[in-house]
Design a protein around this ligand. Sequence first.
Ligand SMILES: Cc1ncc(COP(=O)(O)O)c(C=O)c1O
Length: 461
Amino acid sequence: MPHDPRPAVSPRPAAASRSFATAQVQAGFDPGIAENTAVPSIHQSNGFEFRSLSEARDLFALRREGNIYSRAANPTVLVFEKRVAELEGGIGAAGVASGQAAVAVALLALARQGEHIVAARQLYGGTVDLLQDTFADWGIDVTFVDQDDTDAWAAAVRPTTRALFAESISNPIAQVLDLGAVAAVARAAGVPLVIDNTVATPYLQRAKDFGADIVVHSATKFLGGHGTSLGGVVVDLGTFDFTADPGRWPQLTETYRRVPDGSLVERFGVSGSPYIALVKTKYVHDLGPSLSAFNAFQLLQGLETLDLRVERHTASALEVARFLDAHPAVARVHHPGLESSPWHANAQTYLPRGVSAVFAFDLPGTGDPDADFELVESFISRLQVIRLVANIGDARSLVAHPASMTHSHMSPLQLAEAHIGSTTVRLSVGLEDPRDLVADLERALEPITIPLPQLADSAAR
Ligand SMILES: Cc1ncc(COP(=O)(O)O)c(C=O)c1O
């Protein structure tokens, strides 16, 4: 396990008494190192020098805490981990190289060969690839269910199920998960609920408050916020008791060969997050998707302004969504802040500070996929402010066409089940002046001719 080797020279307020805005700037860092830096340093060192071979032996055996090698732990990464853990209200975190790695190692530490996961159908396309292809190769079975169908979640649970998995706000349609309902299913099944909180961020939603047990992020997105650095993080919220049914979790409760004295639960105690110890000492250690010190530093810079940025992102997104909703050349807007959205009520319950800056809208489709593609392509080609980039949560506003880009590996049925059509356009609203974004969209929509039935429809809206 990594540790913070630096002495805490000044007393810090207890985490519980620290507000979100203070934690996002200060958590995880005590500037007590010899160099006296006010900002966490980039510890760009692959390895760390041991004082003696005995010390090295103890560190390798996890008998004591300290730095060994940056694939397993790094002091800059540690600050990032502590900061995100505090923002999510968790007891421990593992920083990794990407969001994709975070989802992978979070679930691999729970479900092993022959075991099973229930996941929402409405997921980022890369996650669907991971779960349906790579996990299948490894003998981990995944059942996908409509995330709004609580009975389907419950019906999909098997004796071998080891996790439920969903995004709190789905990418790209911005469906807001009824987290409380899915958490109740997870509790009844005796398995943890793992939530991808990438789009919401801990500022808009602390998934822990609604029953999640583990949170993952693509820190590449809003946590970093500037489109410069890939990263991911897994946070143990400390709510799931792996000792309640120890036979289900032998990886945590039985002798772990990598520690000399018994199981991870015995070594770290329930409150020391044996789960994160497993993620780090086995999956990150063995597979190697480590977060670099430089990227951790960049992500920390982003975190310092998370609340300010997310407030601007979400306010601008709502303004853009309202404009699109009123535009006759737009067939449908999928934004949970709109009263007409099927997820508006969930948004009010789960996202009181504002809703998603990532959302989608549909241009009027023709039913012919080639014609629809051309329509979307010409629309995107007219945008001058909003950029065609496969990313979200950037300071810049970005557009994407999920059916041919981020979700292109999904079958027509899977796309339909995730409400992604051939004319669905995803927006990630950035930090520009929203008036410029509206003007950009207005200009790009202007030449689109509206089929007559849809014209009547939009007049009625
Ligand atoms: C919701 C969500 N989760 C996970 C990922 C994967 O993150 P990364 O690209 O950092 O690997 C993405 C990427 O778009 C995403 O949108």
